[in-house]
Design a protein around this ligand. Structure first.
Ligand code: ZN
Length: 174
C-alpha cells in the first residue's frame, strides 16, 4: 500500500521572492519560477553544504526526490544567470515548520514534525514510524560537523551516545 504523500519541510518562508537583472524592464524579461522547496534544497545542499542524504532528512523526503528537485532547481538558476532572466520564488508543496521542530529518527531515518504546543521535548518524542525513542532535532547548524548517533539527544544532551558520537558532538559544539 502506498504511503500518503508527505509535504516537504522548509524551515522558513523565503524572505525575498523576486530577482531581476538591473536596467531591464520586467516587461522585456523572460521569467523563471523556482518553487519554495527547490530554494530550500539549494539552501541545504549548495549553500550549507549538506549531502543529498542530509538534505533529504531535513526536508522529510527521499534522497531520490532531493536529487530530482536539486537537478531541476540548479538548471533553473543557471539558466537565469546565463540568459539574464527574472526569477520568482513561489508555490510548491511544502509546510514551513521552523528548524527546531523537525525531528529525525536515528533508528529508521523517518523525519516528522513535532506538533506545536504539544509540550513534548525532542528527547521524549516517539517515532511515529518505528516507535523508537531515538529522535533528535534536524537543523541547519553545524553542517558537516555533527554526526548523530543513536541514543544521543540533540535537544538536551542526555542519553548514552557512542564514544564516537560524543567526540563528534564535542567537536561540533566547540
Ligand atoms: Zn523510527
Amino acid at each position: 500500500m502506498a504511503r500518503p504523500r508527505k509535504r516537504r519541510f522548509v524551515e522558513d518562508e523565503p524572505a525575498i521572492t523576486y530577482f531581476k537583472p538591473r536596467g531591464i524592464p520586467i516587461s522585456e524579461l523572460d521569467e523563471v519560477t523556482l518553487s519554495v522547496e527547490e530554494l530550500e534544497a539549494l539552501k541545504h545542499a549548495d549553500m550549507n553544504g549538506f549531502s543529498q542524504e542530509e538534505t533529504a532528512e531535513r526536508m522529510g523526503v527521499s534522497r531520490a526526490t532531493v536529487q530530482r528537485v536539486l537537478t531541476g532547481a540548479r538548471r533553473k538558476v543557471a539558466r537565469v544567470l546565463v540568459e539574464g532572466m527574472a526569477l520568482g520564488v513561489s508555490g510548491g508543496d511544502y509546510v514551513a515548520v521552523g528548524p527546531e521542530r523537525i525531528l529525525g529518527c536515528a533508528s529508521c531515518g523517518n523525519t516528522w514534525e513535532l506538533p506545536f504546543g504539544s509540550g513534548v521535548r525532542a528527547c521524549e518524542a516517539v517515532c511515529p514510524d518505528c516507535g523508537s525513542r531515538n529522535a533528535r532535532r534536524v537543523d541547519s547548524r553545524g553542517a558537516g560537523k555533527r554526526k548523530y548517533s543513536a541514543g544521543r539527544h540533540g535537544c538536551c544532551g542526555s542519553g548514552r551516545g557512542s564514544l564516537q558520537g560524543d567526540l563528534e558532538l564535542a567537536k561540533g559544539d566547540a
